[in-house]
Write a protein that binds this ligand. Structure first.
Ligand code: NAD
Length: 396
């Protein structure tokens, strides 16, 4: 039996030999995915002997899927993620004019992966643009299914945009669209349910990991019912479901306006721990925080539905076509995503071994070129040599 099961009490039941679907990805995905698997297999074997093992099951998406099956996102791939619950993916080329806006968005929405989780921490040895990066230790919970990313928009000049404006003007009494003839329109749905499940996951994560606070980041000062609703419903949920933890001081729930947050996070990163925010804010915040600890090559992520147990862990960067095939890409984003995945499965010992190996390598100034070039005396390793070095450290 190799499938993960979500038990009625909510826990994941993970077999010792577990099948995990993976999408290798396009471009540099074909280099970082085998590097990640090499490191993960070594860590699982070192932590559990033969007692636990991952059976990797390749599924297709992106360019390769299109070439081999004629579909960018075959039904069999979606079915595998549904059946096996937890998987991992490399970056995918966004199809141009292919009917799918983004494969990542399609995966997240179809599987209703409502949390985009992005932990941000600094490793000693990584050169950062901030004075004291050791103070950066946050985990972003970005809402994944609503907001302006729902993709409800109409292009300027189309009959749909015209009809939508007519409805706004004639039936809703909206007279303040400055240039109606040449405007495109987008709709930003934000719901109580969507907010509650996201904030619930953020608060629970903070408590489970002994973290001090959850900050609701929003633009409720301007968008009063969408972003403001997120803040209001978020506080209400926290009070209702986590009131005891708040009253006893185990958890602080606070809020911050998004623009102020971007400044404060640079000036006083130690004030923030778990961040709960809507989709667009979360997009900007993730990249800024990632830049504070080493950038895109080292920023992991996951898309999770905490109710069904479904989760896809992923490299957050793109396919990096300019460096693809050169064996220079940094595999850390995907390796750290795999660390998150092992923790999610409860295989914490294997996760800890990978983290320790990364800490040792970076402290010794050994990394791929994107990071090593900034390290005093840094040694630039190829993708495969870096993975092999991590494996050696894991085995010791
Ligand atoms: P990108 O993330 O691929 O590259 C941005 C820059 O960062 C480039 O200079 C690249 O060389 C560098 N870079 C990225 N990852 C790196 C790594 N691991 N190590 C070292 N350097 C790295 O973004 P882009 O160029 O805007 O997008 C390229 C393609 O990827 C597009 O088709 C885009 O739609 C797609 N994309 C996919 C995802 C995803 O699947 N999650 C995310 C973003 C972009």
């Amino acid at each position: 039996m190799s499938k993960i099961i979500k038990t009625p009490v909510g826990a994941l039941q993970v077999p010792d030999v577990v099948t995990l679907p993976f999408i290798a990805g396009d471009g540099v995905g074909r280099e970082i995915t085998p590097a990640m698997q090499h490191v993960v297999d070594a860590a699982v074997s070192a932590a559990y002997g033969g007692g636990r093992r991952i059976e990797w099951m390749e599924v297709l998406a992106g360019e390769r899927a299109f070439q081999e099956t004629g579909s960018w996102l075959p039904e069999a791939t979606m079915a595998a993620f549904k059946e096996y619950l937890v998987g991992i993916k490399g970056p995918l080329t966004t199809p141009v004019g292919g009917g799918i806006r983004s494969l990542n968005v399609a995966l997240r929405q179809t599987l209703d992966l409502y949390v985009c989780q992005r932990p941000v921490r600094w490793f000693q040895g990584i050169v950062s643009p901030v004075k004291d990066p050791s103070k950066v230790d946050m985990c972003i919970f970005r809402e994944n299914t609503e907001d302006i990313y729902a993709g409800i928009e109409w292009e300027s000049g189309t009959p749909e945009a015209k009809k939508f404006y007519q409805f706004l003007h004639d039936e809703m009494g909206v007279a303040k669209v400055r240039f109606p003839e040449t405007s495109s329109f987008g709709v930003k749905p934000v719901s109580r349910e969507g907010t509650e499940r996201l904030v619930r996951a953020a608060c629970q994560y903070a408590l489970d990991h002994g973290l001090p606070s959850v900050t609701l980041v929003h633009k409720g000062n301007i968008m009063k019912f969408t972003e403001g609703g997120f803040k209001k419903w978020g506080y209400e949920l926290a009070e209702r479901e986590f009131g005891e933890a708040i009253a006893s001081g185990r958890l602080v729930v606070k809020d911050c306006i998004a623009d102020a947050f971007l400044q404060n996070a640079l000036l006083m990163p130690e004030d923030y721990s778990v961040i709960a925010t809507l989709n667009l804010n979360g997009d900007y915040i993730s990249d800024m925080l990632a830049a504070m600890v080493g950038g895109i090559g080292i920023a992991p992520g996951a898309n999770i539905n905490y109710v069904t147990g479904s989760a896809i862990f992923e490299a957050t960067h793109g396919t990096a076509p300019a460096i693809a095939g050169k064996n220079v890409v940094n595999p850390c984003s995907l390796i750290l995503s795999a660390v998150m995945m092992l923790e999610f499965l409860g295989w914490k010992e294997a996760a800890a071994r990978i983290t320790a190996a990364l800490e040792q390598s970076f402290a010794a100034g050994r990394a791929t070129a994107d990071l090593a070039r900034f390290m005093p005396g840094g040694v630039a390793l190829t993708t495969s040599d870096f993975a092999a070095e991590l494996v050696e450290r894991i085995k010791k």
